[in-house]
Unconditional design. Sequence first.
Length: 257
Amino acid sequence: MDTPTLAVWKFTSCDGCQLTLLDCEDDLLPLAGRVRITHFLEASSAVEPGPYDVSLVEGSITTPDDLRRITEIREQSRVLVAIGACATHGGIQALRNFADIDEFASLVYASPQHIATLSTSTPISAHVPVDVELRGCPIDRRQLLDTLEALLAGRAPDLPDTSVCTECKRRGTTCVTVAHGIPCLGPVTHAGCGALCPAYRRGCFGCFGPMKAPNVRALLPILSVNGMTPTDIDRVFTTFAAAAPEFAERDANEPSQ
């Protein structure tokens, strides 16, 4: 039986999710012995042609070249896994979706006519079928390893579909909003991080994107009562998952009662 092949690809991103894979260190060694890494430029310049059994894709689609590459990668990959907030929701760079990209380019670049870019930053799933999504900024290392183990075993990964609040309950973390009046997006954010921020008495920033069917409108007055202005609310929802429809369709200026 041939050794399964693994490829890791970068699109528009900061490389943080690829570094999470490298940071697995000793945990990665047993896994590395069971797969052949055929494309991972963050780790090695050695590249083998496809097809690939599993492709991990980091980053959002922001250029015409990205569109071409993601189509080719999808055609060569048996399983495609989008990793991180950029790949699953367009990332922080999706703020361009709400502004004029030509204006941005003219302010940032001395010769904007040489810049080839799209007017939007979009997730991988907006362009090709995605088999698995690992959320976060960056992704959770344990979730990544468990997913790769599941794929190698031929079973579906066991990924949560609840909110960060459920993880606070499981680890015995006191609710930062109820106990300390700290604004928190945990009630509407997808689980998977282990409720890391609330464990250190910080409100969830929503980097794992919206949970399944979040009641965002119900959370708005709670955020307001705990000191957030409409501008603050807009900012906190337009960060890691700015382009997520569940977050983008709210109206922070008219919170429900």
